[in-house]
Design a protein around this ligand. Structure first.
Ligand SMILES: CC(C)(COP(=O)(O)OP(=O)(O)OC[C@H]1O[C@@H](n2cnc3c(N)ncnc32)[C@H](O)[C@@H]1OP(=O)(O)O)[C@@H](O)C(=O)NCCC(=O)NCCS
Length: 177
């Protein structure tokens, strides 16, 4: 259990197949709270079989933060796009989502810490992601966690009548002692 800055307690652990409903309910709410990920209001629910297979795939790591009553309040994950490739098998893409009620409570920092530890255990060399250029809190968090902005990709999303750009970010895990 970790104690958050709003005094809530959360248990961070790997997602299991039996968490499917908790993840579905989390995403239904999360998708209405922010435009900073690709989850959008009214999107179709996740599919059980695909989701469970992704949680149980040994090349991936899906972590969830749960309140004592079982509610999922934050998630992070990485997946290796080409886990068996001899050259690029060490790349893994990550994402991070927290419910608005729990922003700014230290949860993002803790989820990133545990995600990176899990990535090191699974031999990830390069942890990469994208972040919208106006997502200042996420950019601050990723830079604090040692990520580097590698470049910018233009007009990747059209939201509320205008185009949004993204940064490519990454952290090379072998560089840290
Ligand atoms: C971005 C996000 C992951 C940050 O998570 P979080 O749990 O709020 O982060 P933390 O509480 O660990 O704070 C991380 C840093 O950001 C700062 N921060 C976070 N929210 C802030 C806010 N609303 N105002 C000012 N600073 C804020 C914190 O001060 C902290 O910096 P510090 O350690 O130097 O003090 C979370 O807001 C979120 O899920 N947003 C919506 C989805 C999203 O943007 N995901 C990332 C997509 S790339």
């Amino acid at each position: 259990m970790i104690k958050l800055k709003n005094n809530s307690e959360a248990d961070i652990r790997r997602l299991r197949g039996s968490d499917f409903e908790a993840v579905r309910d989390f995403l239904r709410l999360f998708s209405t709270e922010t435009i900073f990920t690709n989850q959008y209001p009214g999107q179709p629910d996740i599919e059980r079989d695909k989701s469970v297979a992704a949680y149980e795939n040994k090349d991936n790591l899906f972590l969830g933060a749960f309140l004592p009553d079982g509610r999922l309040i934050g998630m992070t994950s990485f997946q290796k796009p080409k886990p068996n490739h001899p050259w690029s098998g060490g790349n893994a893409g990550f994402g991070l989502c927290i419910l608005k009620e729990f922003y700014h409570c230290g949860l993002g920092t803790e989820l990133m810490r545990q995600l990176e530890a899990g990535a090191r255990e699974k031999g990830v060399h390069r942890l990469f992601g994208t972040v919208r250029t106006e997502n200042y809190h996420a950019i601050h968090l990723y830079l604090k966690c040692g990520f580097t902005i590698e470049g910018i990709t233009k007009e990747t999303a059209f939201i509320n009548g205008r185009w949004h750009d993204e940064y490519y970010i990454s952290k090379l895990l072998k560089e840290e002692k």
